[in-house]
Ligand binder design. Structure first.
Ligand SMILES: [Zn+2]
Length: 333
């Protein structure tokens, strides 16, 4: 059996998978409140408890935070995650911690067509790289390099790169963000909190449809609903600016990665705002890269509809990790 996890600041999703060639098969998944446990070991214990005895070949956890030396810390979570602690406590021969987007990238090659929604068909070039961008609580970006006949995912911290405005309205947003934060990064615009920032910018005199300060945790979905239901023009403007910025940064990532095999839009926000992503705003901003426009027009762009792609990716890594250890005595890259 394989153990996979997607460990976030508020929610931790664990899954037990049976190993398989290519895509491991989900046996059981369960969500836990991250802060209710004293550590990841406590959550794993609660998950595996009713299933004991179960022999785990390999485990992988995607963690919403930087991973250094198989140790990870999460923002707003008072405990760290150590791979060695999980390995010892549950007698698992191979335990790996990955950045959460790095883990999700492992899911990309095994997703089925009904888990994807095409925004731009394009023409995938055999042997090309792919890219993954995912807005949720933060903005994650990962690269999938095509090496020796397979995709090799690698993490980035691209969401923290400097925000680049393109229009007079976006320049105004930049000024507001630099006043508030000192500098502006993409995550300040393309993320749930980013949508709240844009909402503040488009509503200098308040919003008649919603008050995001009443329920900060759900503010992004409250704003996007007000926009999609046409209850406030400025909410509509905020969502349109969000979608255009998302497309622009997806295009930037595609240029950095030269992702001629495809660009994948993951994360929790995209499936909730599909009608907005399907307006021309996203692709116009994605493609609008001067001399590189035709290159970007040819790249397939898809939204990942499977909201548990992060968990699946961690399971794929654990699956490969178990397989490689048997065949080659090493873990994959
Ligand atoms: Zn409004």
């Amino acid at each position: 059996m394989l153990l996979a996890g997607d460990v976030g600041g508020t929610k931790t999703l664990l899954g037990l998978f049976s190993a398989a060639i290519g895509r491991p098969v989900l046996v059981k998944a369960e969500a836990f409140a991250t802060l209710e446990a004293p550590g990841l070991g406590g959550i794993v214990s609660r998950f595996l408890g009713p299933l004991q005895p179960v022999s785990i070949e390999a485990a992988c956890f995607g963690v919403a935070g930087p991973v250094t030396g198989q140790r990870a810390t999460l923002t707003n979570v008072p405990w760290a995650v150590e791979a060695v602690d999980i390995a010892e406590a549950f007698s698992i021969p191979s335990v790996t911690l990955l950045n959460d987007l790095h883990a999700m990238a492992y899911a990309v090659p095994v997703l089925s067509s009904d888990e994807l929604l095409s925004l731009q068909q394009g023409r995938a070039l055999p042997g090309g790289n792919a890219a993954l961008i995912a807005a949720g609580t933060g903005l994650g970006e990962a690269l999938l390099h095509w090496v020796d006949g397979r995709f090799v995912p690698s993490p980035t911290e691209g969401g923290h790169a400097d925000y680049g405005p393109r229009t007079p309205a976006e320049l105004g947003l930049l000024q507001q963000l630099t006043s508030a934060y000192g500098r502006a990064e993409w995550e300040n615009v393309v993320s749930g909190p980013g949508l709240v920032n844009i909402h503040r910018f488009t509503h200098p005199h308040g919003c008649s449809a919603c008050d995001p300060s009443i329920d900060p945790q759900h503010a992004p979905s409250i704003i996007s609903r007000a926009a999609l239901e046409h209850r406030c023009p400025q909410c509509g403007e905020a969502l349109a600016m969000f979608v255009a910025a998302y497309g622009a940064e997806a295009g930037n990532l595609a240029l950095h990665c030269l992702s001629t095999a495809g660009v994948y839009v993951g994360g929790g926000i995209a499936p909730k705002i599909l009608p907005a992503l399907q307006t021309p705003a996203f692709l116009d901003a994605f493609r609008s890269k001067g001399p590189m426009t035709s290159l970007l027009e040819a790249m397939p762009v898809s939204v990942i509809l499977n909201e548990e792609a992060g968990l699946l990716g961690a399971a794929v890594f654990a699956n490969q990790s178990a397989g490689h250890r048997k065949q080659e005595g090493r873990t994959p890259d």
